[in-house]
Every structure is written in C-alpha cells, then in structure tokens.
Design a protein around this ligand. Sequence first.
Ligand SMILES: Nc1nc2c(ncn2[C@@H]2O[C@H](COP(=O)(O)OP(=O)(O)OP(=O)(O)O)[C@@H](O)[C@H]2O)c(=O)[nH]1
Ligand SMILES: [Mg+2]
Length: 465
Amino acid sequence: MSGVEPGDPFQDTIAAIATPPGEGSIGVVRLSGPHALEVASHVFVSSFGRDPRQFASHTIHHGHVVDSGTGAVIDEVVLVFMKGPRSYTGEDVVELHGHGGRVPVQAILNAVLRHGSRPALAGEFTRRAFLNSRLDLAQAEAVLEVVRAKTEAGLRAAVRQLRGGLSEQVDGLRTELLSVLASLEASIDFPEEGLDVPAVGDLEKRIYRIEEGVGALIQKARDGRLLREGATVVIAGRPNVGKSSLLNTLLGRERAIVSVVPGTTRDTVEEELEIRGFPIRLIDTAGLREEPRDPIEMEGLRRTREAVGRADLTIVVVDGSEPIAPLDLKAWSESPQPRILVVNKSDLKPAVVSAVYQNQFGVEPLSTSALTRQGVEGLRCEIGRLLGGDAAGEAILMVGPRHREALERAERQLERARGALGEGLSVELVAMDIRGALSALGEIAGETVTEAILDQIFRDFCIGK
Ligand SMILES: Nc1nc2c(ncn2[C@@H]2O[C@H](COP(=O)(O)OP(=O)(O)OP(=O)(O)O)[C@@H](O)[C@H]2O)c(=O)[nH]1
Ligand SMILES: [Mg+2]
C-alpha cells in the first residue's frame, strides 16, 4: 500500500465558487495555493489603493474585481486573506465575496482562472486540508456529513467527528496495539528467550481488550448509519386496527386516508419525520389479510411484505377493542426484530386484559389511542430507544461504511493474531496480523491510505468544498 505523503507541496493554485448556485446575498470564489494572493492581485483593485501582495494574514479588504483586459469593473467585493498554514487547506487562501448571483460569481471565477489558477476538482480544498494535515481523513469525511446532516442530532454527531471524535478513539486502540507489537518484536529480536507462558497469556488478554474496543466501535456504526441515512419504520397489522390513524397521529397531520372500511390503505404510504433526533421514513402499509380479494390487494400485500423486509423497525398494531385474531399473531411472528407491539384504540373498552397479550405474543404491549393520542409519546420514546438510544446523546459517532469495513478487517486480524498466539505459532506470524490490524485502523484517520481511496472519498464532495 503506497502511503500518501502528508504535506506534499502543491505547485498550482486552485479556484472554485464556494457558494451554492443561484441567487444569494453573497457569492464566494475561493482560491487556495502558493500563488493565491498573486492571482488575486491581478484582478482585485483595492478601494484604498493598496497592493494585495502586501496584505497581512487574516485581514479583510474592500475593493472591486476588474477585467484586467478592459479595466471594466466586474463586481464590488470584499477580499479575505488567510496565509497558510493558518487556513482551511493549510495553504494561502484568498476569498472574494461578491454579490450572490450566478453571473457575477462566475465572472469573478473566470477572471481569476485567467491569471494563473486552475479550476478545483470536487473536494480538492478538503483534500488539500487532509494532505497538509489540517484534518485527518475521518475529519475530512465529517465535513461532508456536516453539510448533509438531516437532523440536529446528526449535525452534532458529525461535528463531534469533525473535531476528531472517531479518530481519537481509534488512536487510543492503535497506541495499545503498538505496545503489543513492541512486546512481540522484542521477542523476535531475541529469539533464544522466546515467549514464556505468562507472556502469552498477557498478550492474549491485551489483544482481546483491543478487539472489544474495535467491536464497540463497529456497534456504533449502526447508529451512524441510521443518523445519516435515516431509519425505516414500518407500521403493519390486520386491516382496520388503526395503522393509518397512527401514522397521522405521529406525523401530526392527516396524511393517510382513514376510514371504517377495512382495506382502506391499498398501497404503502411513506412520510418523513424526526423522532429523538433520528430522521425516520415512516411507512404505513395495506392491512395484512389471509385472502386478498383482488389483484390490487395482492400487490398491496406484496408491498407490505417488502416494506417489512427492509424495515429497521416494525410497529405491529392490533385492535384492543377486539379479541386477538390469528392474523395478529401471524403479523407479529412475520415481523423481524426489532419490533414493537402496539395495542391501539385504548379509548374503547378493551376486549382482553393486558396479561393475555403478554401470554400470546411473549412481550409487554404498548397501549395507544390514535384518537386521543394517549400513549403516542411513549411510542415515540420506544422507537428512539430501539433504534439505538437517543441520537441526541453524546455517544453516537458517525462511523461510516468505509470506517466500518476497516474496523471489521482489524477485528478479524486481531482474532487471528490471538488464535495464532494461543496455538503457539511463530511470533513473526502473530506480529504480521497485528501489523495488518494496525494498518486497517490507520486507514480510518488516513495514516495508511491509497490515492484510489482518496479519489473515491473526495469524489462525493462538491466542487469548492
Ligand atoms: N376509537 C378509536 N378508533 C380508532 C383508533 N384508531 C383508529 N380508529 C378508527 O378505526 C378505523 C380504521 O382506522 P384506520 O387508521 O383506517 O385503520 P388501518 O389499520 O389503516 O386500516 P386499513 O388501511 O384498512 O388496513 C377508523 O374508523 C378509525 O377512525 C383509536 O385509537 N380509537
Ligand atoms: Mg390504513
């Protein structure tokens, strides 16, 4: 694996529009690289007749961007200069803040591109920040998570990662692993002394503890995924039990049609909402029945099953004013974990006592009334709890798929190292696995990473980020 040298000198200066397309109050063109100020000096005319090349770092200047050929004013701007390494990219950065509009901002960009800068690639500013060690790789990826956060809890988790949350935890594990490796290597250097039995036991224990730490981070990957992509929560059950009514009550508006006619909902109905910080895709389904009455119901049922199949959580609703039907039990047994049993219509006279549900379904049901909202807040809490606690809590890290894959690889290597140690295999073999695990963990912060991986990560960024 060829490592990327952090701090590679970049000869070229890049430029891009940093604000979104369309009209805004300001539009920003950003320059980064060794010639940023030089490039700006060709297009910027200070209102106070000052030479941009003399600007001090971290200062702001008023002036105009002019067409160097004709001298025509392109836009009135504010120039911000940040000298490297105290800038986002670690290089000299110049920002030109003009009037937000597609034409003026593009004209400013065109002007700086004519004077020795080139268009930036997607994510190139952040990539330079990484290569100049301003951010580690997990932090660079967090920049994208911050931009794309769907809820405030998601934003907080992303910011935590941007500040080094995940890298810090991985770093702790790497440090411990390095000390294990040092012990192993000492015995490779002095083979005549070998590893004695207590030393083996001690190393096994230390590796195991690191494995546990890695496992805990993998666990958090689930929370990270749900925060980033949102969780799919499906409401299922027999016709007429109040599934659509519950969807409406959870949403706080009359989204799905509700009626006394069983079989009202024929197609799945999807809506987005936020519960305990998790972005949720809530899906109401057609009621389950033994015998679909027509091809539409047949298709509705197929869609219900498909929705339940990809649910992160299923809410199985039964009608508390009616005796338990075989289909209620079937709906429950066909729903994968995690699932919640909801006995709805608690405002009506219950048909059976609560202990009967406990007996037949094997779980304590939640009682709700979609009509009076009784128990609906409790249902929201339970949804949040089953999805992995409170997304607003401090524990959740944005462990993305790339991190997860690297963590799983590290976990496998550690397991193998521990196995090899236990079987008394050669110390070199054990050390090799430990080095593999170290390198896998190193990929997370980007200490060991290939150009191809970097390309893949930064491809998803916007140009100008
Ligand atoms: N009293 C009472 N009636 C309810 C409650 N929830 C739903 N209902 C009534 O039960 C009937 C069926 O409600 P829906 O929400 O359409 O039931 P559903 O499960 O979506 O039914 P399908 O779409 O046919 O599968 C309607 O008349 C609702 O007003 C409740 O909590 N209390
Ligand atoms: Mg319905």
